[in-house]
Ligand binder design. Structure first.
Ligand SMILES: C[S@@+](CC[C@H](N)C(=O)[O-])C[C@H]1O[C@@H](n2cnc3c(N)ncnc32)[C@H](O)[C@@H]1O
Length: 270
């Protein structure tokens, strides 16, 4: 609630009362330096990462990722003067070979190279980008947003930080949200031992109908990227720790006594 109220204050500060917020009206507001560090920490950015900042402003997030974490990436920004400034800053920081900035609309950016996507935009813009994020990013890609979440797609983690250098709103604090893009497991999967798992899925949450040994049980499971955890549906029942590998679920079946057995299922229909 506190976050919503504070977020409302920021929106008013940015857009003024009575003015509707159109998608193209995300203003240039910088993420304070400690919050940039918080974003990189929450996404666990490292040398093997490729980061894309949607609406990159002066380029500080991608430049910090390149300079301090050894990552590569690019930022896209609608304002050409900010793009020039960001490329100049990347040269000044000695990372122009790994951090690049382009004049481009965030709704036209090809997101598929990313292992990390960062966004400091507005709530309706986050929501409008959601289908592109889910459709274009590989399972396990980390998305971090600053101050605004993604509606009914619940974050996998969140942190609240002091943000003394914040230039908008009364609140000198920031919220960061992390999502891991979930693999798509919707449909039916069949194992060699005759077990059939049927999934319905809402983002990272799955409801699993387990059929086997003449019984049907329903259990709630969870995806973290391509890692799928299905707990036991009750006493004496097995659970699973699996990885989604294209058309296969690969991992272990954990019996009621804690014994683990290699387990494999194949997709058997949507
Ligand atoms: C709140 S600022 C964030 C800047 C930077 N990412 C940071 O966190 O310091 C949002 C940026 O998005 C840019 N922007 C707004 N709409 C855009 C669009 N449709 N395509 C690309 N950039 C956009 C704005 O010009 C602005 O610089």
């Amino acid at each position: 609630m506190k976050r919503l109220v504070a977020g409302g204050a920021l929106l008013l500060a940015l857009c003024g009362p009575g003015r509707s917020i159109a998608l193209e009206e995300v203003p240039f507001v910088t993420t304070p330096t400690p919050v940039v560090q918080g974003i990189l920490d929450l996404a666990a950015v490292g040398p093997s990462d490729f980061i894309i900042d949607l609406g990159s402003g002066d380029g500080r997030i991608v430049i910090a990722a390149a300079r301090e974490r050894g990552a590569r990436g690019f930022g896209v920004e609608i304002d050409g003067r900010l793009v020039d400034r960001a490329n100049e800053a990347a040269r000044g920081a000695g990372v122009a070979d790994r951090a690049e900035f382009l004049v481009q609309d965030i709704f036209e950016t090809v997101l598929s190279p990313a292992t990390v996507v960062t966004m400091y935009l507005l709530p309706d813009v986050n929501l409008a980008l959601r289908p592109r994020l889910l459709g274009m990013l590989r399972p396990g890609t980390r998305i971090v947003t600053h101050d605004y979440d993604m509606g009914d797609w619940e974050p996998d983690a969140r942190v609240h930080l002091q943000a003394p250098g914040k230039t908008v709103g009364l609140r000198k604090e920031s919220d960061l949200f992390l999502w891991l893009v979930p693999a798509d497991v919707t449909g039916r999967w069949r194992a060699a031992d005759g077990t059939v798992l049927e999934f319905s899925q809402r983002f990272q949450k799955v409801s699993v109908r387990v059929r086997g040994q003449g019984r049907t049980r329903i259990v709630e499971g969870r995806l973290r990227g391509d890692a799928l955890e299905i707990p036991a549906s009750g006493p004496g029942e097995p659970g699973w720790r699996l990885r989604v590998e294209g058309e296969r679920l690969v991992g272990t079946r954990v019996d009621a006594a804690g014994g683990e057995q290699a387990w494999l299922a194949r997709r058997d229909g949507k």
